[in-house]
Structures are given as C-alpha cells and as structure tokens.
Ligand binder design. Sequence first.
Ligand SMILES: NC(=O)c1ccc[n+]([C@@H]2O[C@H](COP(=O)([O-])OP(=O)(O)OC[C@H]3O[C@@H](n4cnc5c(N)ncnc54)[C@H](OP(=O)(O)O)[C@@H]3O)[C@@H](O)[C@H]2O)c1
Length: 275
Amino acid sequence: MIGVHERTTSAKVDHDASGLFDLSGRVALVTGGTRGLGLAIARAFSSAGADVVVASRKEDACRDVAAKLRAAGGRAVGHACHVGRWDDLERLVDAAYGEFGRVDVLVNNAGVSPLYPTLAGVSEELFDKVIAVNLKGPFRLSALVGERMVAGDGGSIINISSTGAVRPTGDIVPYSAAKAGLNALTVGFADALGPKVRVNAIMPGPFLTTIAESWDMDMLAERTRTYPLRRAGLAAEIVGAALYLAGDASSYTTGSILTVDGGAQWSMPTSGDAR
Ligand SMILES: NC(=O)c1ccc[n+]([C@@H]2O[C@H](COP(=O)([O-])OP(=O)(O)OC[C@H]3O[C@@H](n4cnc5c(N)ncnc54)[C@H](OP(=O)(O)O)[C@@H]3O)[C@@H](O)[C@H]2O)c1
C-alpha cells in the first residue's frame, strides 16, 4: 500500500518545494530530547508541525519539555525511558503508539561519552553502559518502531552518530566503537526496512551542548582553529540536517551518513594560521 506521505512526496517534488520540510500530521519520537541536540531537534520538529514524543531518563525533564512544546502550540508528550533497557523501550513504544497511534520519525539521539582515566581503567560497567546507550538501545528501538513503520505508512529513522566513529581518538575508544557500530546499524536497517522506511545517520563533530561542559575549552579552541568553519557547532545547527532527513526532502536518501562537523574532516594544520 502506498502511504499518504509517499503520495504527497511525489507531487511536491515535481511542482512545489514548500512542503519538503513540513512535518504536519507526522509523529516524531526523539530520545535524549530534553537537552542539547535532542532538544533542538524536538523543538524544530514541533515547529515544523510534528507531534513529538520526548524521551530521556528523567521523567520531570521530559514532561517539562513536552509542556513547553504544547505551550508553543504543538502537541507533545514526555515519557521517561532508559534507552539501554529493552523493557523501558517497549514501554516507550507502547506509550507513543498509545498516545498518537503512529510514529513517522524516530530519532535515536540519546548518547553518553563518559570520561575515563586510562584504557585499562575502563570498567566493565562503563564499557557496557556506553554500548547499551549508544548502540544497543538504537538497535532495539529501530527494530520495534521500524517493523511497525513497515506495517504502516513507512517512516524515517535518524541515528545521531559522531565523527568519533570514523576518527576515533584514545580518549573515546568505547564510544567511537559504539558509534561505528551505529553507522553499520544504519546501513543494515536501511536495507532491512526499505523501501517503506528510510534509515540515515548524522555524524556531528563537536557541539557545545551539556556534553561539552566537561571539555577543556582552550584545547577545543586550539582544535577547531584549523577547521574550515573555525569553531564548534551550536545545538541549533543540527536542526537543518535533522529536518532534511525527517521529511520528504530526503525521499531518495537512505543508508546515508551525513557529516555535520564544520568541515573538521578536512581540517588542515595550517588553515588557522594562513587566514
Ligand atoms: N555534543 C557533541 O559534541 C556531540 C558530538 C558528536 C555526537 N554527539 C551525539 O549527539 C547525541 C546528543 O548529544 P548531546 O551533546 O546533545 O548530549 P547531552 O546534551 O548530554 O544530552 C543527552 C541527552 O540524552 C539523554 N540521555 C542520556 N542517557 C540516556 C539514557 N540512558 N536513556 C535515555 N536518555 C538518555 C539525556 O537526558 P537524561 O539525562 O534525562 O537521560 C539528554 O536528554 C549523542 O548521541 C551524542 O553522542 C554529540
């Protein structure tokens, strides 16, 4: 069966670009939607017309964000969920479908990158947590929601990876491995859930969110000095990529991993000095 959004897409692409980023009538589920990149995405999706389910571990924070989205004119609910726990994820999916009857866009955004003293100092608990939140949770949630999307009108799944997946450094080894796994998962799910469901990833470089509060800002300034854009990103600057991948604008994009890193991948040691 061809879903309502698929029919809408072909008409708009041919004659009218105005609706390519419109999410009216769609339901988006955003994990880690209470702070940082996830909050920016939840707000943007709501302002683009989507009904939003905000999930993170803290019930109060989820409810608070949902209340603010409603106050701004949107429809939203908050639901507490630890994405590393499969029981929590099943309850989250039941709550989302119970509230809105569908999920059209899933954003696997919740992630953690804890500091560790040395590689030998990485505890089994820390390693397992990093894998659970960044990789295991997105796998399970994509499976649960993706199969329902396939059985329904289709949809879009967006995984928030990291440039650490392809440029790992010694201070983020377990995290980089988990995000590299998330990139692989993106391609595998794109294959498994197509053609009705598109699955893509965004690979952010450094963004100034709460994750960045533990960073050495002098080191960050030194590092970003050679990026083509010479700085770290702001949370609002993830929104364009997320809107693109969520809506009809990306109707022929799946299995893609979109880098949003201020050009860090092309960073030249001499760039900051030369200009
Ligand atoms: N900021 C960067 O520089 C950067 C760079 C590359 C990739 N990323 C990725 O972008 C995503 C968002 O990062 P951010 O910088 O926005 O992080 P953030 O500001 O620390 O926010 C993390 C969000 O995830 C939630 N969360 C954490 N653990 C969770 C869990 N176990 N279950 C459910 N929710 C959980 C947090 O809420 P609760 O505490 O209430 O659970 C919060 O809403 C992550 O996947 C991160 O790896 C970030």
